[in-house]
Design a protein around this ligand. Structure first.
Ligand code: SF4
Length: 336
């Protein structure tokens, strides 16, 4: 299928403008993401309708804590990625092509996905996730359009490395984003992800301006992106540019894929949690066994609003308008 967002150049070359790599691709070659290929001067998307995983997940797993908490969401992923993170948790599907993928991808149409999504009562919509959805942009867009026609929400779980024009088009159909902000350090981005920080910052600002629900995840890797001063700059930037009500998930790192660094000590997680709480109202700790670090408390009076134990989510002192029952502070725009 022909891809969106590219132009043709001489000698059958094409330039893809979907993400900030802006790959120049010769005939029969693919871009950095391995799934957009030049076929005789036409850029094609090889993973259109090719799904590596499909299933219902708790929405908290995305992670999204303030978007229909306690619901499930039909989650789909394909193969390929425009980043090459040395610490990728899904490298088996992200760092491969359709041809080289060890398991076979399943061919599925948008209509079938909508049908599955509608088959479960507690399902809140469709999440484009697992591998980087930007690299299956056309299939995500077509499915998201149909999802909106069927009153389903669309959620994108992304590294945020996308050009602004395609993001603007996507915003027309997406309700919520979960974005990885992998560090607040350009050198880290270049060395460990083969991408860049500025583009991700632009994406975060764009999503916030489009008034979409946005939650940010920061994976803390000891010695690489856990500097206190740098972390403080990051949360200050989030508060000033996205808003102090932005949900931040500080996530514990475990060794995976190519990176051989010890997992994040709990003391470091707690220290960064304290710093983040100086600037942001809703900070959660991911991948740690500290139940209270996953509860939502009212920023106005401290009352417990939602508790989370694993993926068991309970509402407490919150009314159906998303307000704290004790002091009436508005906390949730999206509740079941
Ligand atoms: S989406 Fe893929 S082909 Fe297009 S610019 Fe990004 S990495 Fe290159």
């Amino acid at each position: 299928m022909e891809a969106l967002y590219y132009h043709k150049e001489s000698n059958n070359q094409v330039v893809c403008s979907l993400c900030p790599h802006n790959c120049r691709i010769s005939d029969s070659k693919a871009g950095i993401c391995k799934v957009r290929q030049n076929k005789s001067g036409v850029l094609t998307t090889k993973n259109y309708g090719r799904v590596s995983s499909i299933g219902f997940d708790p929405i908290e797993k995305k992670p999204l804590y303030h978007f229909y908490p306690g619901s499930e969401i039909l989650s789909i992923g394909s193969v390929g990625c425009n980043l090459q993170c040395q610490f990728c948790q899904n490298w088996q599907i992200s760092q491969t092509s359709v041809e080289d993928f060890k398991r076979r991808t399943e061919k599925i149409g948008s209509d079938e996905i909508i049908k599955i999504a509608r088959s479960k009562e507690r399902n809140s919509g469709i999440a484009y996730t697992y591998n980087e959805p930007t690299v299956f942009f056309e299939f995500m867009l077509d499915t998201a359009k149909k999802a909106k026609e069927n009153n389903l929400n669309n959620v994108v779980v992304t590294n945020g490395f996308i050009n602004q024009e395609p993001l603007n088009e996507l915003n027309n159909f997406i309700d919520a984003y979960s974005v990885d902000l992998k560090a607040f350090n350009e050198a880290f981005f270049i060395k460990y992800t083969k991408s860049g920080l500025e583009a991700v910052k632009n994406t975060l600002i764009n999503i916030a301006k489009a008034n979409k629900h946005l939650e940010i995840t920061n994976l803390v890797i000891p010695g690489l992106n856990d500097d206190k001063k740098e972390f403080r700059l990051m949360v200050k930037w989030i508060a000033e540019n996205i808003g102090n009500q932005t949900v931040l998930h500080i996530s514990k790192y475990y060794p995976t894929y190519k990176l051989k660094v010890e997992s994040t000590p709990i003391e470091k997680m707690l220290e960064l949690n304290r710093i983040a709480n100086e600037y942001l109202d809703y900070v959660f700790l991911g991948n740690v066994l500290l139940p209270e670090s996953n509860n939502t408390n009212c920023p106005g009076c401290g009352e417990l609003l939602i508790s989370r134990t694993g993926y068991v989510v309970r509402k407490h002192n919150v009314n159906s308008y998303g307000n704290c029952i004790n002091c009436d502070t508005h906390v949730f725009d999206y509740l079941n």
